[in-house]
Design a protein around this ligand. Structure first.
Ligand SMILES: [Zn+2]
Length: 80
């Protein structure tokens, strides 16, 4: 059973580079913290009462811009 958990963690690391990077950020204060795969067994790290994210501040900015961009382009009235 324990071996299967390790296999699962290794599979997650393989398909999620953000997890393999081993750093999480607080969405409130921006504090970053190193994590290792032990967090899968002990619970995800939290800060300021929120679960920390594997997305870096730059990546979160890109994601928020990416989510705005499609809405902006549809408001142009431009249709295919
Ligand atoms: Zn914090």
């Amino acid at each position: 059973m324990r071996k299967r958990l390790v296999d699962l963690i290794e599979a997650l690391e393989a398909c999620h580079p953000k997890i393999a990077r081993g750093i999480v950020w607080c969405i409130e204060c921006g504090r970053s913290q190193r994590v290792d795969t032990a967090c899968f067994r002990t619970g995800w790290p939290t800060c300021c009462g929120y679960t920390m994210t594997i997305d870096s501040p730059e990546e979160r900015q890109q994601l928020s811009q990416a989510s705005i961009a499609p809405a902006a382009s549809t408001s142009d009235g431009e249709s295919p």
